[in-house]
Design a protein around this ligand. Structure first.
Ligand code: IMP
Length: 179
């Protein structure tokens, strides 16, 4: 089924049932890997807000949840490669285990910028969990990327937090651009 978001057409690629199932698997894996610890889950806004919520609901360990906000797309369908740093983490991460949660890793520039910025605050560790990963789009590899929900082609997607011109974030599934 075709849907319109702003001036573009999209079709369903990953239904919510699959997102839900995979998110539960990731939450279980992270809970096992961090057993006996209480990591900080830092969502990167805006796109990660639904994924963070579903992820932490399924965690079996105590976690702290916080957010930072960065932007790099500015209304288009490809990365501008310029990063706007809208707001910073408010929790002191020194000596803490930090898990950054992204909606999608595309060129890798956003994560590279963020990991570099946070490393100097001396957290005990940094890993990254992303719902979606476009391996063919990567320009800067990020070794902290440990948890990946789905690998997808180098296509523009919306839904489940991801937007096109600030629309489409509330769609309960991932939709890929067609046409
Ligand atoms: P990167 O810095 O190129 O890895 O881009 C990361 C950010 O770009 C993500 O957090 C998204 O906000 C945005 N982005 C990348 N690909 C898409 C997409 O297909 N749809 C919507 N936003 C995207």
């Amino acid at each position: 089924m075709k849907i319109a978001v702003a001036d573009l057409d999209f079709e369903l690629q990953i239904p919510y049932a699959q997102l839900e199932k995979r998110t539960k698997e990731l939450a279980k894996q992270i809970s096992e890997d961090y057993e006996g610890r209480s990591p900080i889950i830092a969502g990167i806004l805006t796109g990660s807000f639904l994924f963070v919520a579903d992820l932490v609901k399924n965690m079996e360990i105590p976690v702290e949840v916080t957010f930072t906000k960065l932007a790099s797309y500015f209304g288009g369908t490809s990365s501008s490669r310029k990063i706007r740093d809208d707001f910073d983490l408010t929790i002191d991460i020194k000596g803490r285990h930090l898990i950054l949660v992204e909606d999608i890793v595309d060129t890798g520039n956003t994560l590279h910028y963020l990991v570099d910025k946070l490393r100097v605050r001396e957290p005990a560790s940094i890993t990254v969990c992303t719902l979606l990963f476009k391996p063919k789009a990567i320009e800067v590899s990020v070794e902290e990327l440990k948890y990946v929900g789905f690998e997808i082609e180098n296509e523009f997607v919306v839904g489940y937090g991801l937007d096109y011109r600030e629309q489409g974030r509330s769609l309960m599934g991932i939709y890929r651009r067609i046409g």
